[in-house]
Write a protein that binds this ligand. Structure first.
Ligand SMILES: *Cc1c(COP(=O)(O)O)cnc(C)c1O
Length: 422
């Protein structure tokens, strides 16, 4: 029996995690740790959290048996946990609600966040609108350009979006800027981090909020598998994509004691794990300190963070949550890579075969499930965390295939009525 009890009181997952932050943040982090310790098991807090998840997010999200896809793969049955059906289109909102509820109880009227693709920013702006909190979102100026629909969404929701012009003008620069803001405004500001990274207690707290995903699966899978006349109650493997690692920790954590279930995290292999153009921190990185915790990071021999690449902005991060570094080290989870091309193929495949447009991030998990299923017998099962929907990615996919999302004249050939030529 695996007795997994992580983290310790100081936020260590084995040698990883902890809290590496400037002195000016010590008080804010202590205050946050105390607030979370007070509310994490508070029945009233938890009842409100679950009520929000039910009525505002639409939980529980269903588990769906991808029967056509499973048949075509000719191996294990593939099940999809439909986080794409959540309000705002991904798992991020689960965590944002939890942290915003804490902010209100701590009397912090101002929320800051950082975002890469804009998904965490949109989720944060959404909850701030609902709770009447001020919202400032930091975003690399390169990402502001690439993700203009999400920038506009945040503005519609009443948030202020601050473009960050330093460094590579992407997520890690936005994170640094958000940290600076927090140092300057600790008294009235709560920093909502979007993944299982940052200084203690963030990796643990974000994991706890996201664990609703795996907890629901533990309840949903026995009935799904009974329908398939499987002889197990739980899936043989659980697969999730790993950027910072929050959707993966959310589905993995409740499964850790179920030792017969393999846990498989899929990192972005970009143009290949040996191409130097990827975001595979666990497979090609080494131990170091980034954004307030010790974990696996992509760095050069001088400890400088190296440039990362992925087709999906949400996986394009040079670090990873410290708990994943620990799960890899103790062998409880395995980490693999899927390239841009493989993810894109899985994206198109799921659209055409199951009628689901997945996020490019989630497409990495789908791609690995497709490979793995073929090696397993038909009475075994794989559960994939479909972390988000792909609406946000159709521009990227259209560009890659030389199409144009707004190419109205091309619709004439499809018999669309009312166009200029109709
Ligand atoms: C942000 C995002 C991810 C990556 O973040 P994790 O913290 O690794 O979960 C994955 N999928 C979707 C849809 C996202 O929006």
């Amino acid at each position: 029996m695996l007795s997994y009890q992580q983290p310790d009181a100081a936020g260590h997952f084995g040698p990883y995690g902890g809290s590496f932050a400037s002195e000016t943040l010590t008080h804010a982090l202590t205050e946050l740790r105390e607030a979370y310790a007070r509310y994490q098991n508070d029945p009233e807090f938890l009842a409100e959290f679950h009520s929000e998840l039910k009525h505002f997010v639409g939980r529980p999200s269903p588990v769906y048996h991808a029967a056509r896809m499973s048949r075509e793969m000719g191996g294990a049955q593939i099940y999809l946990k439909r986080e794409d059906l959540n309000h705002t289109g991904a798992h991020k909102i689960n965590n944002v609600i939890g942290q915003a509820m804490l902010a209100r109880r701590m009397g912090k009227p101002r929320i800051i966040a950082e975002t890469g693709a804009g998904q965490h920013g949109v989720a944060t702006a959404t909850i701030c609108a609902r709770y009447g909190l001020e919202c400032v979102v930091y975003m690399g100026s390169e990402d502001v350009k690439r993700q203009s629909p999400n920038v506009y969404r945040m503005k519609l929701l009443g948030a202020t979006v601050v473009p960050v012009d330093s460094g590579s003008r992407t997520l890690k620069d936005a994170l640094n800027e958000a940290m600076r803001d927090w140092v300057a405004h600790v008294d009235d500001t709560f920093y909502i981090i979007g993944t299982v990274a940052g200084p203690h207690p963030y990796p643990m707290m974000v994991r706890d909020f996201q664990s609703v995903i795996g907890t629901e699966c533990l309840e949903q899978m026995p009935a799904m598998l009974a329908e398939q006349k499987a002889n197990t109650q739980q899936p043989d493997a659980v697969i999730a994509c790993v950027g910072g690692g929050s959707n993966a920790m959310g589905i993995f954590h409740p499964y850790i004691p179920h030792e017969k279930t393999r846990l498989i995290g899929v990192e972005a292999a970009g143009e290949g794990l040996d191409s130097g153009k990827h975001s595979a921190s666990l497979q090609r990185g080494s131990s170091g300190v980034l954004h307030g915790n010790r974990t696996f990071i992509l760095q050069d021999e001088n400890g400088q963070i190296t440039e990362t690449h992925s087709i999906s902005a949400g996986l394009d991060y040079p670090g990873v949550g410290p708990e994943h570094a620990w799960l890899q080290e103790i062998g409880r989870a395995e980490y693999v890579g899927i390239t841009d091309a493989e993810a894109l193929a899985a994206f198109h495949y799921l659209c055409r075969t199951e009628g689901i447009i997945p996020a490019l991030e989630s497409s990495h998990a789908v791609a690995y499930a497709m490979k793995l299923a073929k090696t397993m017998p038909a009475d075994q099962s794989i559960l994939v965390n479909l972390s988000g929907r792909g609406d946000k990615d159709i521009g990227t996919v259209a560009d890659l295939s030389g199409a144009d999302v707004y190419d109205r004249p091309s619709m004439r050939g499809l018999g669309v009525k009312g166009g200029p030529a109709a």
